[in-house]
Design a protein around this ligand. Structure first.
Ligand SMILES: *Cc1c(COP(=O)(O)O)cnc(C)c1O
Length: 221
């Protein structure tokens, strides 16, 4: 068995055990295998194993790697997780099924233009800057309701919220805040939890866990 397959199986077991401990009935989070910097060699065994959700953080890398793979596997869903520059939106709309990093009114306008022009179905998460970190992108919690309403008027299919908690801090208070924010605007999906903290994210009912190194092994870049 390929190491990515056995890693994924092990992670799924840990999630199941955690869900049982928490008695969270009917809760079944999805796993996005974050394949940035990894090649087909590591990706194809996961697809053979029946895994269909993958994530990338750069548009160019995603295009060159995933166009041929998606051509052969129509069930695949590709998630954009990284910062999206306006000048890359056109290409992003071509290759991605989900965008987790909607972080400004300018990007909302641009996405709306491209998505509606091409009549593509793209599901979108609003990225929230919970830590109030100036160097990090995201909508501040106090602006979320107005921003969300604006996205709806732009006909964007907003399905949830996303966060990346500050490094080196306990992520749990941030996960808890995002769960509450999400409930406040009544969205069904939450994108939080990575290789180091996905079990904490399960505790706060994240619906999309973004796991890279835990599945593929350590990234060199
Ligand atoms: C790289 C990345 C991940 C996955 O990180 P790992 O530590 O490899 O699990 C998750 N979310 C985002 C936004 C990323 O850029």
């Amino acid at each position: 068995m390929h190491h990515t397959q056995s890693n994924l199986i092990e992670i799924k077991e840990k999630i199941k055990t955690k869900i049982r401990e928490l008695s969270l009935f009917e809760y079944n989070p999805k796993i996005i295998a974050v394949s940035k910097t990894f090649s087909e060699e590591d990706i194809l065994p996961l697809i053979d194993h029946g895994h269909y959700e993958f994530g990338e953080n750069k548009v160019q890398e995603a295009l060159s790697k995933w166009l041929p793979i998606k051509e052969k596997n129509k069930n695949l869903k590709l998630h954009m997780l990284g910062k999206l520059q306006s000048n890359k939106v056109k290409n992003a709309v071509e290759i991605f099924d989900y965008i987790h990093s909607l972080d400004s009114p300018k990007l909302a306008n641009k996405l709306s233009d491209e998505i509606n022009k091409k009549s593509k179905k793209i599901k979108i998460f609003i990225q929230i800057n919970l830590g109030g970190e100036t160097q990090k992108s995201g909508i501040s919690p106090s602006d979320l309701e107005i921003f969300y309403r604006n996205c709806l008027s732009l006909k964007l299919d907003i399905v949830g919220t996303m966060c990346i908690p500050p490094e080196n801090l306990d992520p749990k208070p941030f996960f808890k805040d995002l769960l509450q924010l999400n409930k406040k605007i009544n969205l069904s999906e939450i994108s939080m939890g990575m290789s180091n903290d996905y079990l904490d994210a399960v505790e706060y009912q994240s619906t999309y866990l973004r796991i890279g190194q835990g599945i593929f092994g350590k990234r060199s870049k």
